[in-house]
Design a protein around this ligand. Structure first.
Ligand code: ATP
Ligand code: MG
Length: 640
């Protein structure tokens, strides 16, 4: 039995301590959570630091563990639930049906010459075929590279060049908030620009946007599928350290990095996280509002829930259409037990009538997990009280693939603490280090959140195609120590709870005082009028830097008139004065209706800062709405 029994009556701290003291024993037990075609010879190979190899010699397959493995016991149970409030489509695939579709897609890929180790680029909206394509790649040992649907052609072109895919799987269009976004023209332009052009493109035609076909290169998915209805494509048994996929980070702080992930370590890490962190059981429904273009979509829309034998909801739509109750309506309808979203989505709901949160039967729901950005206390409290469910903040990165900090209720019912994502998860030897000396800092002292390698299973193996960049970027920033830097500031209280204070480049220095922009944001957010805000440090000839705040109000009309705006600005400054002291007071509070964010909903503070300092806003590949930058420029220009 192993994994299950070892956790009985263990505290999270003991569980964690054992995972570090006896890494091999610990992870060998967790490895029993998945199927292995051939057992591994060695749990951990760390002979070439900081490169880490898990479950060396073991053979397994992500598609087998996510799909085939469940056929015997739950062939007719729901596996993939597709809901599009954009097109009105809604369909549930059982594990048996999912298996058939994945095999068909795998047969199509085979026919088009895709072999083990080849790259397949997936540029798709949130439709079932995207999941089929990911799982089909996993099945035949091809490496998928999912690019967020709707990314502009130059970002797509650079990702095509980086991956040099033999095949692209795409669709005619996505749809967002009722607007059709044609993908094919973007794809054609990107392939036109790319140096490494794919030989083949498979197009899913949703009938949303007519498109041109390039003869000999573009193929119709429906026609190919017809030819492979009864296909059989066996699973390729991959060595645990073969590459499953590459995926880019969100690009919040600069040029996105291509994260490369393995097979066996990832499968084990996800299975363990489903058990200990998300507490999702086979037969239940998991609902993540993320997108397959992000790591949350990889780990917790596709692979994690399916590996656990859960049904997973794939949702094409926004939290507001047809109305602000849609997410909760889906929870009721599909008896969702575990839900995963982002603080940004909750802040959107905060601007709506709160009664939307209580109109549906949410009795199935056990917890709402939130990740991706700092979860401010007011937002956490608001949603927790409105839903009457535990809100579980969890902190991690594209690089790590699964949570670094959270509470793990499958191990111990550790209480959550507002403003804190929790404690280090098993497998992560987490430290808070002094930026300059590399020494560990004490309780309640700020340090860089760092992980002493080897990184646990599931974390990135390297930067795709660039081992040097992996070492240089992540392992060379803390003086004198080979440790992985998260580039986030953190602090730990006496009970072991961590608090994330923002990115290491987000700290500002006002007249010699170092302030985390997150703390000022947190303070502004506590004001009842504020829906969300961003604070950046701006160069100032007198003080070195000053804090500049941009605030989105729950009700924008409140700042319509000049005197109301000034009164509110004064009120917000007084709030910061009271909570943090005058030194933290923003030099100005600007009111906008939109903050510049990445497509995954993260505030682009570096671009805000650049605009405040009249510099070039830098790499904007992943920006959601460039109009937000114009608003900033206007807000700054109109104030003197
Ligand atoms: P890039 O690395 O390309 O600049 P990114 O860091 O935004 O982009 P992701 O991997 O998507 O790319 O985001 C991880 C980061 O998001 C973390 O390093 C942290 O700054 C932030 N983050 C994620 N979850 C949380 C959380 N629960 N609390 C606070 N911050 C979080
Ligand atoms: Mg990052």
């Amino acid at each position: 039995m192993g994994a299950g029994d070892a956790t009985k009556a263990t505290s999270l701290k003991e569980f964690h301590a054992r995972s570090i003291a006896d890494r091999e024993g610990f992870w060998a037990e967790q490895a029993a959570l998945i199927d292995w075609h051939e057992p591994f010879r060695r749990v951990l190979d760390y002979t070439n630091p900081p490169f880490t190899r898990w479950f060396v010699g073991g053979r397994t397959n992500l598609c087998h563990n996510a799909v085939d493995r469940h056929l015997a016991s739950r062939r007719d149970s729901p596996a993939l639930i597709f809901v599009s409030t954009e097109t009105g489509a809604e369909r549930t695939y059982t594990f048996g049906e999912l298996h058939r579709e994945v095999v068909r897609m795998a047969a199509i890929m085979r026919e088009l010459g895709v072999r083990r180790g080849d790259r397949v680029l997936i540029y798709m909206p949130m439709i079932p075929e995207a999941t089929f394509a990911m799982l089909a790649c996993a099945r035949i040992g091809a490496i998928h590279s999912v690019v967020f649907g709707g990314f502009a052609s130059h970002s797509l072109a650079s990702r095509i060049d980086d991956a040099s895919p033999v095949l692209v799987v795409s669709a005619d269009a996505g749809s967002r908030a009722g607007k059709v976004v044609p993908y094919k023209p973007l794809l054609d332009a990107a392939i036109g620009m790319a140096r490494n052009k794919p030989a083949n493109v498979v197009m899913v035609d949703r009938g949303l946007a007519p498109f041109e076909r390039v003869a000999g290169r573009d193929h119709d998915y429906a026609a190919l599928r017809e030819r492979h209805l009864d296909a059989e494509v066996p699973v390729e048994w991959l060595e645990s350290n073969e590459v499953s996929y590459t995926l880019y980070t969100s690009g919040t702080t600069g040029v996105p990095k291509g994260v490369q992930r393995d097979v066996g370590g990832y499968a084990v890490a996800l299975a363990a996280s489903m058990k200990y962190i998300f507490c999702g059981n086979a037969g239940e429904t998991y609902f993540s509002t993320s997108d397959i273009g992000w790591v949350v979509g990889h780990s917790y829309i596709v692979y994690g829930p399916l590996i656990a034998g859960m049904a997973t909801i794939m949702y094409e739509g926004t939290p507001l259409r047809p109305d602000a109750g849609i997410l909760w309506k889906l929870v009721e309808k599909y008896r969702v037990t575990v839900m995963f979203s982002a603080p940004t989505a909750i802040r959107v709901l905060k601007k709506q009538d709160p009664s939307w949160l209580t109109r549906y039967d949410l009795s199935s729901l056990r917890a709402l997990f939130l990740a991706g950005e700092p979860l401010d206390e007011p937002t956490a409290r608001w949603i927790g009280e409105a839903l009457g469910k535990p809100i579980v903040d969890n902190y991690w990165q594209t690089e790590t693939g699964w949570p670094i900090l959270t509470v793990a209720h499958g191990i111990e019912k550790t209480p959550t603490r507002l403003g804190s994502p929790g404690m280090p998860m098993y497998g992560y030897d987490l430290r808070l280090l002094h930026e300059q000396t590399g020494e560990e800092v004490g309780v309640d002292q700020k340090g860089v959140v760092a992980i002493v390698p080897p990184l646990p299973p599931g974390c990135m193996q390297t930067v795709w195609g660039d081992d040097d960049r992996f070492v240089r970027t992540y392992f060379s920033t803390i003086p004198g120590r080979l440790v992985y830097s998260t580039f986030d500031w953190g602090i730990r209280d006496a009970d072991g709870y961590y608090f994330i204070l923002g990115r290491t480049d987000d700290v500002i220095n006002v007249a010699g005082h170092r302030l985390g922009t997150r703390e000022i944001e947190e303070s502004l957010s506590s004001h009842p009028a504020v829906a969300e805000c961003a604070v950046v440090g701006v160069a100032d000839s007198l003080k070195g830097q000053v804090a500049m705040a941009f605030v989105v109000l729950k009700d924008p009309a409140q700042a319509a008139a000049q005197d109301a705006r000034l009164a509110l600005e004064g009120d917000l400054m007084a709030t910061v004065d009271r909570q943090l002291g005058a030194v933290a007071r923003p030099a100005r509070v600007h009111f906008v209706t939109l903050l510049p964010k990445t497509r995954s909903g993260k505030v682009l503070r570096r671009s805000i800062q650049a605009i405040c300092e009249a510099r070039d806003p830098g790499d904007l590949t992943t920006i959601e709405d460039p109009g937000a930058l114009d608003q900033l420029r206007q807000a700054l220009g109109s104030r003197t």
